[in-house]
Design a protein around this ligand. Sequence first.
Ligand SMILES: C[S@@+](CC[C@H](N)C(=O)[O-])C[C@H]1O[C@@H](n2cnc3c(N)ncnc32)[C@H](O)[C@@H]1O
Length: 274
Amino acid sequence: MVNPNKITKQRFDLEVYKWEKYHKKELKSIISYEILKRKEITKNIISNNFSKKSINILEIGCGTGDNLFEIVKSNKLWKGKGVDISSGMIDFCKKKYFKEKKLEFQELNIDKCKLNQKFDVIFLLGVIGYLKSNEKSFLNIMHMLKPKGMLIFTFGNKSSIFRKFRQFYLKWPTFPILGSILNKFRTLITKRKPVVYKKENHSFKPIKEKTLLKQLPKELVSITEFNIVFSSGILGPLSIFSNKILEKIFLKRDPLKLAMTKLIILKKMSKQNE
Ligand SMILES: C[S@@+](CC[C@H](N)C(=O)[O-])C[C@H]1O[C@@H](n2cnc3c(N)ncnc32)[C@H](O)[C@@H]1O
């Protein structure tokens, strides 16, 4: 069996400039919208809880470092470290942010390794789903999270009907007729190239919220969650418009399980002797 870490590393080593662009695109595609939205919510949550504190923040799967840079620069008391399995991403971050004294970057596979440093906040945006084992990664995360520290992450919600719909055209050879109709429709509306399914580019696995919550260590208590992406992207710029409407209704409560991506915020309970 192919190791998912290997597929992920190979893919993201090649996608450095693509991810840098996503952060700059400003709402031209649903993926850019998601990236900006999750970054904004994460920044606000950290700010609401730690605005007057000197804290150390760790981003796991930091990619091109844009999340960490923008969050850390918003408060002079904060310092940040970014880690990623992709050496391509980490080399890029080290070059791009070499003047930023408050930022550090290091290659690290969270499935296998941990740092000996402790952090007040740890976040993973768009990373759960690429990991080989959530359980092992969470144990490594717990080792690095201080008591009363905060863990923030997003994940692809497997129960969402919009996510199932997107799979029809992303993996269109699996559903040849419907997939190819949706793929053509998408090309027409978005004026983007047709999706060509490549197995090696699809190492991402959505997960049901219930399953994921069972994998979390017991010391983590849930604070709140946000439902942030409701659109498959098939409607091009209109996807963002429809997403904003659904987000207004379902941001905090999503009884119909529509959200494709959810953002969860948890706190580590402090042990009695700590
Ligand atoms: C979808 S990208 C998101 C990047 C960044 N968080 C952002 O929002 O722009 C996922 C990132 O997670 C990293 N990643 C995947 N598996 C990892 C692992 N086991 N350990 C560390 N990083 C990992 C990938 O290399 C990639 O840079």
